[in-house]
Design a protein around this ligand. Structure first.
Ligand code: ZN
Length: 159
């Protein structure tokens, strides 16, 4: 049996956490303005775990599949979610658009030659683009920074 990876919906306070989970390849709905009712309805409809800093929301009966985030520090939040949901932070990292939550696909370098900065075109061979917003991603120095930040966040998580 193949288990579907857990999907999330994050409340308006948790934008940074949502972005980080997307970086790790997880499907996270995030809207900066959404009512509690809409958030719960969407979570139920799409089988998503609600991530929230709102204790009242967690206590609502209809929000039973929810996880209360205590810390206001995104690093602690991320660590909490990774531990609680046994998040695989290695195999799907950098497979999703952090802006719109879509998966990204490889794209041939020559097809985007005209829109890439020249030094990027010259120095990289692997490119990906988002199915929805067409944003282009490539393995560059920002990824190295992300991985080192991730290692810092996870340094005392024993796996
Ligand atoms: Zn996108």
């Amino acid at each position: 049996m193949i288990l579907e990876p857990v999907k999330f919906i994050a409340d308006a306070m948790l934008g940074r956490l949502a972005r980080w989970l997307r970086i790790l390849g997880y499907d996270v709905v995030y809207e900066s303005v959404i009512s509690d009712d809409d958030l719960i309805a969407r979570a139920l409809k799409e089988s998503r775990v609600i991530l929230t800093m709102d204790r009242n929301l967690v206590e609502r009966k209809s929000a039973k599949n929810s996880f209360f985030i205590e810390s206001s520090d995104y690093k602690e939040q991320l660590r909490q979610v990774i531990i609680r949901y046994n998040i695989d932070y290695k195999s799907k990292i950098f497979t999703r658009c952090i802006l719109c939550n879509e998966q990204i696909d490889t794209i041939e370098k020559e097809r985007i030659k005209n829109i890439l900065p020249q030094y990027v075109y010259m120095n990289h061979d692997k490119f990906y683009n988002c199915r929805r917003c067409s944003r282009i991603y490539w393995p560059g120095t920002h990824r190295i920074k992300i991985i080192s930040k991730l290692n810092e966040i996870l340094k005392d998580v024993n796996r």
